[in-house]
Design a protein around this ligand. Structure first.
Ligand code: ZN
Length: 144
């Protein structure tokens, strides 16, 4: 248990210090801002959509280690997914953070499941996923 916690901790630190997919996408279809006022976390999420799939995802933003790591992990998790699958993954992530268990499809994002025990940090971890839901709904509206 302790070793696992340490591994999770180091994965979170690694993603917060060296975020993947950080920076604005040159070519994107959606740029969505997200804000967590309770901690001061903010991010802009960029999505490039091709053939109904997330062809590329990136973010810029500032905030605590949890929000940065969660954003980095999320961009990796959703790249290549169909838009509906990305939306579903957001539901699974939020369920995990509510303490309902971690689905395997969340991949490395499961390192954040301990946040379920830290209510004050829940909004930090869910910020990128809530922002993703906004981005997806805006994109779907526009495509209709
Ligand atoms: Zn935060």
């Amino acid at each position: 248990m302790g070793v696992l916690d340490d591994l999770y901790q180091s994965a979170i630190l690694d993603h917060s210090r060296h975020p993947r997919n950080h920076g604005e996408l040159d070519e994107h279809h959606v740029a969505q801002e997200g804000l967590n006022p309770s901690c001061g976390d903010e991010l802009t999420l960029y999505l490039r959509v091709d053939g109904g799939r997330v062809a590329a995802a990136s973010f810029v933003g500032e905030g605590c280690a949890i929000s940065q790591a969660a954003s980095s992990l999320m961009t990796e998790a959703i790249t290549g997914l169909e838009l509906a699958a990305a939306h579903e993954l957001a539901q699974r992530f939020k369920a995990m953070i509510r303490g309902l268990g971690a689905d395997e499809s969340l991949g490395e994002s499961r390192v954040l499941q301990g946040i379920a025990k830290l209510p004050a940090r829940v909004k930090c971890a869910t910020l990128p996923w809530v922002t993703l839901e906004l981005a997806l709904s805006r994109f779907t509206e526009r495509a209709d």
